[in-house]
Design a binder for this molecule. Structure first.
Ligand SMILES: Nc1ncnc2c1ncn2[C@@H]1O[C@H](COP(=O)(O)OP(=O)(O)O)[C@@H](O)[C@H]1O
Ligand SMILES: [Mg+2]
Length: 366
């Protein structure tokens, strides 16, 4: 997907913003507080439906407005067909999503058009934080590569909720025959989710190892999936063994909802072994390899959003990162406070946009 036109109204500090980005690299620059991250946030919403900053959707609406609206015209990778996407959020909570003038659409449908990869100063937290961030990272990839994933994943989570309710309510008079229905369903959907995640990760691994060689040539890295239960058992067996503790805790203690991504460096846990700086390039490599895998397996290209690049990487890694971005075949949106020294990292001059107090203008160099 490539954005050819972007329009927004009453989004954060933008009363109105409109621009036509370049196919490849776009740089958005401006002082702190001018609106760079807000603009990237607006693009990100089309891929995820929520912001990458905390606070829910209300702070996204301009403080003097009742709603924000965003429009994107985008070209698909398969041809020149122009698709139109619109989104509005109201103070009251209403949420509208439209694709090509159709009726209100589900977020999952919109997201399927917009594979977005994001790099921010916080991206590195995915390795230091809990497993849910790492599951989301894998599942983003599986979702975009494998059409059946979303339904299986939704079904699994519905069943999980039902079963957890049963465990909580009926702790004293629990009956296995009642639970059997949920256990069968859980095990069916859970095995399927796990299979898709495993396949995805084994494909991703190759790209990841190649990309990290470029950024961390002296470290041997690896990634693998932790299933969320004892991997010597089938999920069904693990559910049976966990019955006592599930009853004790009142929820399902094993399963793909507990899965994790294990990252090792020279054979030991990467988060204890690598410096924070090395970790930043590791996370960047991981995300770049996800974009590459997507492109090579489905022909779909990502929209890559990079917030505050200059504060993130040292000069040497910035150069490498920019080169990979430029050659990725993706449309890139990159924000920075200052464009000094940045443009020379690209072979072709990127398109530049300057933001000042919620006003965006194309920057033409004199
Ligand atoms: N809902 C809102 N209404 C009006 N202004 C807002 C709203 N939310 C944030 N802002 C302001 O928008 C400005 C731009 O923020 P941000 O995009 O983070 O800037 P940058 O990334 O360029 O440093 C900030 O000054 C912030 O106070
Ligand atoms: Mg910012």
């Amino acid at each position: 997907m490539r954005v050819v036109r972007f329009m927004g109204e009453d989004f954060r500090n933008f009363k109105r913003v409109e621009f036509s980005p370049h196919n490849n690299v776009n740089i958005i620059f401006g002082d702190n507080g001018s609106g760079k991250t807000s603009l990237l946030e607006a693009l990100y919403l089309f891929g995820f439906g929520r912001s990458f900053r905390p606070g829910g959707f209300r702070p996204l609406i301009n403080s003097q407005a009742e709603k924000f609206t965003l429009f994107i015209e985008a070209k698909s990778d398969s041809g020149d067909a122009l698709n139109k996407f619109g989104m509005a959020r109201y103070q009251g909570g209403d949420n509208q999503i439209r694709i090509n003038g159709g009726g209100n659409t589900k977020l999952s449908e919109l997201a399927s058009y917009f594979p977005v990869q994001l790099f921010t100063p916080e991206s590195v937290d995915v390795v230091y934080g809990g497993p849910s961030g790492r599951r989301q990272l894998i599942d983003w990839g599986v979702f975009h590569v494998e059409h059946s994933f979303f339904e299986v994943w939704s079904n699994y989570n519905k069943v999980l909720q039902h079963r957890n309710k049963l465990l909580k309510r009926n702790r004293s008079n629990y009956s296995l025959s009642q639970d059997k229905f949920w256990l069968d369903q859980l095990s069916k959907y859970g095995e399927k989710i796990t299979l898709l995640r495993k396949q995805y990760l084994s494909n991703l691994r190759k790209y990841f190892l190649d990309t990290t060689k470029l950024f961390l040539p002296n470290v041997t890295l690896d990634v693998s999936l932790k299933l969320g239960w004892d991997q010597n058992k089938t999920f069904e067996e693990a559910l049976t063994s966990a019955l006592d503790s599930d009853l004790k805790y009142g929820h399902t203690t094993v399963g793909p909802h507990k899965a994790d991504l294990t990252i090792t460096a020279d054979g030991v846990s990467a988060r204890e072994y690598l410096s924070r700086g090395q970790m930043k390039v590791l996370v960047a490599s991981l995300k770049l390899s996800q974009a590459q895998l997507l492109r090579e397996t489905t022909g779909k290209s990502c929209i890559i959003i990079v917030d505050d690049l200059t504060s993130e990487l040292d000069r040497e890694n910035q150069k490498k990162f920019c080169a990979v971005l430029e050659n990725s075949g993706s449309q890139v949106f990159l924000s920075t406070v200052s464009i000094n020294n940045l443009t020379e990292n690209f072979k072709e001059r990127p398109e530049m946009f300057h933001v000042e107090q919620g006003i965006l203008k194309r920057h033409i160099e004199k």
